[in-house]
Ligand binder design. Structure first.
Ligand code: BES
Ligand code: MN
Ligand code: MN
Length: 475
């Protein structure tokens, strides 16, 4: 029987272990970050596989059992477990992803993206924050428990994905087929950020969903002279620009019919909570480099629009001539990648279809438009009254020395809604990356402070949750 003082002593020993081993850990982190596990690039498939193998070797080394690489229709999924804390102890499923975004534009990186730079108390590399850094922190927190106490204070399962950055294609099938490997009382997802860059941790309670398409508008059979044919042949690039511009109106709202039908409105309490959160718009502007915030959807504050309201974006647009000088053509076609961020209770599958139908319906008869659905993921809101929230708050305060604030994130992590819908499993979103740490951008970074305090928080979190009974943790 472990007394309360034992638990405190063991937690402190595990935290002390992390501090003593920091130099070794950073060297290992460097090794992990060097593996270019870019899920979007088929040329990197072997590297994605190598990253999975690196993780499994680590899990085995630190005494986590059944570490398995599961092949999927895309990149592998990793599961592992340590279930020796007894049947009354809670079982927690830890989710992170080991794939990363492409690194381009590479010439904007101070050092190459897969050659980590340790400078200014930060680690710069692709994946430093999103999400290899957070996955690595979980490995080290488990290792600290295993080496100092010889055990974990609760039952842990690990669930690491290699397709998160490309839409989590295989995740639903995997959850259906391997529910037994994911069985837990609650899930902890570490794939988000702290509240600010000044040491305030965050507890996430919402994520946006996403739907993503490629649209192609085709006109003449080949490029034609814009003098000879201009005025007669409709220009696919002009048409595409008009079509996409019409997808948002003067109030900043998406015009696809039915788009807002299922949007759950912010409650008065939630709007009040948003209003009390510290937010420095000038700092936010400086960080992004924009001269001013956009007007966005009328009737909502900037903070609300950044996470609690849906959006529409053109992610890329191309076609026609973009070489040196000028070339006078009407291009044969133009194309765009577009996406919407979704909020509860929008249904991404429904939106995928309604956007496709809408674009096809507004295309004029002078062109043909084709719309391809690329990927989608559901939005999520996790209950703030979940019994796991107070222990998470205590653990974060122990690790960071500051109480966490609650935040709804604007990004998407499809697994969160999928675990709830398919297994009834609730998620606690405990993220450690820096909010201005250049996710998906050149010179991605995470601060050593967030790494240190985050790892300590995880060590505390396992002690906090381990002190509960499994039955008391289920929402
Ligand atoms: N970790 C991010 C999502 C995120 C960012 C959550 C910031 C909270 C705060 C994740 O890796 C991500 O980028 N997801 C994609 C999902 C998409 C490819 C389905 C996204 O949001 O674009
Ligand atoms: Mn991520
Ligand atoms: Mn990401």
């Amino acid at each position: 029987m472990t007394t309360e003082t034992d638990a405190v002593r063991m937690t402190d020993a595990a935290v002390a272990h992390l501090r003593e081993r920091e130099a070794d850990h950073l060297a290992q982190f460097d090794e992990f970050l060097r593996i270019p596990s870019v899920s979007a690039d088929p040329a990197r498939n072997a590297d994605v596989q190598r990253a999975a193998e690196w993780i499994v070797a680590e899990l085995e080394r630190l005494g986590i059992e059944q570490a398995t690489i599961h092949p999927t229709s895309a990149h592998p999924i990793i599961t592992a477990e340590w279930l020796h804390a007894g049947p009354d102890a809670p079982t927690v499923l830890v989710y992170c992803h080991y794939d990363v975004q492409p690194s381009d534009p590479d010439d904007e990186w101070v050092r190459p993206p897969f050659e980590p730079r340790f400078e200014d108390e930060r680690v710069y590399a692709r994946g430093a924050g999103d999400d290899k850094g957070q996955l690595f922190m979980h490995l080290k927190a488990a290792e600290a428990w295993m080496t100092t106490a010889g055990r974990l204070p609760l039952n842990l399962r690990f669930f690491f994905e290699g397709d998160e950055e490309v839409g989590s294609g295989p995740i639903e099938t995997f959850i259906d087929e391997h529910a037994d490997l994911l069985r837990a009382d609650v899930c902890v997802v570490s794939d988000s950020d702290t509240f600010d860059d000044h040491g305030t941790p965050g507890i996430g309670y919402g994520l946006r969903g996403i739907a993503y398409w490629e649209v192609r508008v085709s006109g003449p059979a080949h490029d034609v002279h814009s003098g000879q044919y201009g005025g007669g042949v409709d220009n696919p690039a002009n048409v595409l620009a008009r079509m996409l511009a019409s997808l948002t109106d003067a109030d900043g709202r998406v015009t696809v019919p039915g788009f807002y039908d299922r949007v759950r409105d912010l409650t008065a309490e939630e709007r009040a909570a948003y209003a009390t959160l510290p937010f420095d718009e000038a700092e936010w502007r400086a960080e992004t480099g924009v001269p001013a915030a956009m007007d966005g959807e009328r009737g909502y504050t900037l903070q609300e629009r950044l996470s609690a309201r849906p959006t529409f974006d053109i992610n890329g647009i191309w076609g026609g001539y973009s070489g040196a000088g000028a070339k006078t053509i009407i291009p044969a076609w133009a194309a765009a990648k577009i996406s919407t961020r979704l909020v509860p209770d929008q249904d991404f599958r429904e939106i995928e279809q309604s956007m496709k139908a809408h674009l096809e319906s507004i295309a004029p008869p002078t062109v043909t438009a084709s719309v391809q659905i690329i990927h989608g993921g559901a939005p999520a809101i996790t209950p703030l009254d979940h019994p796991g929230i107070p222990p998470v708050a205590r653990a974060l305060e122990a690790g960071f020395g500051t109480a966490p604030l609650f935040q709804r994130s604007g990004g998407s992590v499809p697994v969160v809604a999928a675990l709830d819908a398919q297994l009834g499993l609730k998620t606690l979103m405990v993220g450690f990356a820096n909010p201005s740490g250049n996710f998906h951008a050149p010179n991605e970074w995470m601060s050593l402070r967030n790494i240190r305090d985050g790892m300590a928080s995880i060590v505390h979190l396992w002690a906090e949750l381990g002190a509960m009974k499994a039955d008391d943790l289920r929402a």
